[in-house]
Design a binder for this molecule. Structure first.
Ligand code: SF4
Ligand code: SF4
Length: 166
């Protein structure tokens, strides 16, 4: 991984480090549903390219291989709790995602979260504006680097399969 890739990732993580979807702790509404294991007993968040380096030797996390639209990708699993500064970018921006369209960065709701996150049906207007803006700015940082741009594009191709949900 090169410095440019890591710097963009660190910038995106920093931009989304302190913002939250709502003014109050949204986890109180849903019992922190997005931190619970799935029906297979195994949670997991996709890591952005190179992000695995930040979890090497960190207790409570495991990295496993997966596939994202035919390309190798890595999944981070956790013990259902973490320090705020340890959260991977996927958790920091959930349940939103930056999207690259016609050279611009926008923000959409992440359809993969529809079944767990009660905030998604309300639309983008239901989220704190600083949270939405931080996700957009994180997307701008990522969009400058090929590996992150490709990753985001593959992610959107994957979630296009959930088109009937939102
Ligand atoms: S599932 Fe949605 S409402 Fe619940 S903690 Fe996660 S982001 Fe917040
Ligand atoms: S890493 Fe932290 S925020 Fe992400 S799912 Fe695990 S406990 Fe939740």
């Amino acid at each position: 991984m090169n410095d440019e890739q890591m710097n963009a990732l660190l910038a995106a993580r920093a931009l989304t480090a302190a913002v939250t979807p709502l003014s109050t702790d949204c986890g109180r509404v849903c019992g922190h549903a997005c931190c619970q294991p799935d029906e297979t007993g195994r949670g997991g968040m996709l890591l952005f390219p190179g992000e695995e380096a930040l979890y090497r030797g960190l207790a409570g996390f495991a990295v496993t291989r997966t596939d994202l639209m035919g390309a190798p990708a890595l999944l981070l699993t956790c013990n259902d709790h973490c320090q705020r500064e340890e959260r991977p970018l996927s958790c920091r921006i959930f349940p939103l995602l930056p999207v690259l369209r016609e050279g611009r960065v926008g923000v959409v709701r992440d359809r993969r979260g529809y079944e767990v996150c009660p905030l998604l049906p309300s639309g983008l207007g239901g989220f704190r504006t600083d949270f939405v803006e931080a996700v957009r700015q994180a997307g701008e940082a990522l969009a400058r680097v090929d590996a992150h741009r490709c990753f985001l594009n593959r992610l959107h191709r994957q979630i296009a399969g959930f088109a009937d949900l939102l």
